[in-house]
Design a protein around this ligand. Structure first.
Ligand SMILES: Cc1ncc(COP(=O)(O)O)c(C=O)c1O
Length: 373
């Protein structure tokens, strides 16, 4: 056995003993009520979205063909950027090949050596990795702790600072106090970066996201990022910002410059999802109503968006609960360390707009039984 095999085998054995081995499965059992995916608006297989995706592929090709800066920018990218800027009430937008790339780009392009990056302890891996790759000093503050953010801003020695949060956090489903954070960045001449991956499409009367729904201004203190893989039902990501920040990203963000542009099929699908949401804004409210019912059944607080989570004793208990739910016809997820910000294994559930009343009734009964000792 070579030294790598030895190292990898012992790591695999340790994971297995701790109940933390992950396995990929392409199995999609039919007939289960899905409370595990991120297709919040139930648009992944919507005919208008599929048609818009196929149309864009037929017009521009199966792939973008090059980096956006070479020959990989297509009219569908421009249209999608206008639509996302309008939805989020920001002056400009830039689309990327994934939400992960957006966060890497924004943090590395803005978080240079003269910038302090103040990052919430529950931030998603893409924000953490962006902060690690950036040249700025990183200060991780306790989850939702406004005093810690204020202290870091006030005592910084760097001329610039970024405060980085999610609008709706991806594991616990709780929300940042965006008005208070925006007031702090204004007071301390900083920028607020808000990842709306779990907020756009779900929060606000029109699914505009938590930031836009609060009508937060001024936009020159804000950079909003999002994934297109959740409410927008496809793959890709976007940053919504001022034209000046957009120009800086286009010119300096390595995960944008050295990456092939978002595939036209994905840009078309996201645009199709945007159009369905524009015509049927009630989808956003349906997700939130469903999430509130699931939260009641699990006896956890009503979440800010579609994501819910319930702590479990440990990873084995979480896996057993997932199995029991599946046997009762409900597909739920579980997050185990290191995918949980607080090291607790959790059931992780998501609501979506397509859940019928009968499905919700059945799911709430099953969930309630899961948590009843
Ligand atoms: C909060 C958050 N940000 C960013 C991402 C990355 O998005 P994508 O899957 O489009 O790369 C995710 C992803 O799953 C997420 O939950």
């Amino acid at each position: 056995m070579n030294s790598f095999e030895h190292h990898l085998r012992s790591a695999a054995e340790r994971r297995e003993a701790a109940g933390l081995t992950r396995r990929l499965s392409s199995d999609h059992p039919t007939g289960l009520i899905d409370l595990a995916g991120n297709d919040y608006l139930s648009l992944r297989t919507h005919p208008r979205v599929l048609e818009a995706s196929a149309d864009a592929a037929r017009q521009h090709g199966a792939g973008a063909g090059a980096s956006r800066l070479v020959t990989g920018t297509w009219p569908v990218h421009d249209q999608l950027e206008s639509a996302l800027a309008e939805l989020s009430n920001m002056p400009a937008a830039l689309v990327f090949s994934t939400g992960y790339h957006v966060n890497l780009s924004v943090l590395t392009a803005l978080g240079d050596a003269d910038c302090l990056i103040i990052s919430d302890a529950h931030n998603h891996a893409s924000l953490i990795d962006g902060a690690r790759l950036a040249r700025g000093v990183v200060s991780v503050v306790p989850h939702l702790d406004l005093d810690a953010v204020e202290h870091a801003l006030r005592t910084r020695t760097q001329p610039r600072a970024l405060v980085v949060v999610e609008s709706v956090f991806s594991v616990l489903g709780d929300a940042s106090d965006l008005p208070a954070l925006l007031a702090l960045v204004e007071e301390h001449d900083a920028l607020l970066v808000v990842d709306e991956a779990h907020g756009m499409g779900v929060c606000g009367e029109h699914g505009e996201g938590l930031t836009a729904s609060l009508a937060l201004t001024p936009s020159d203190r804000l950079v909003i990022t999002t994934s297109l893989s959740k409410s927008f039902a496809t793959g890709g990501g976007a940053a919504m910002c001022t034209p000046l920040v957009r120009e800086h990203l286009v010119n300096t963000a390595r995960p944008f410059i050295f990456d092939t542009g978002l595939a036209p099929a994905c840009a078309g699908a996201a645009l199709g999802a945007y159009e369905v949401l524009r015509d049927e804004p009630e989808r956003a409210a349906r997700v939130r109503i469903a999430a509130a019912r699931l939260a009641d059944a699990l006896e956890v607080p009503t979440p800010a968006g579609a994501v819910l989570s319930a702590p479990m004793l440990g990873p084995q208990e979480a896996l057993a609960a997932v199995q029991r739910a599946a046997e009762a016809g409900v597909r739920i997820g579980c997050f185990r360390p290191p995918s949980t910000p607080d090291g607790t294994s959790r059931l992780r559930l998501t609501a979506h707009a397509g859940l019928t009343d009968a499905e919700l009734d059945h799911a709430t009964t099953v969930l309630n039984e899961l948590i009843t000792p």
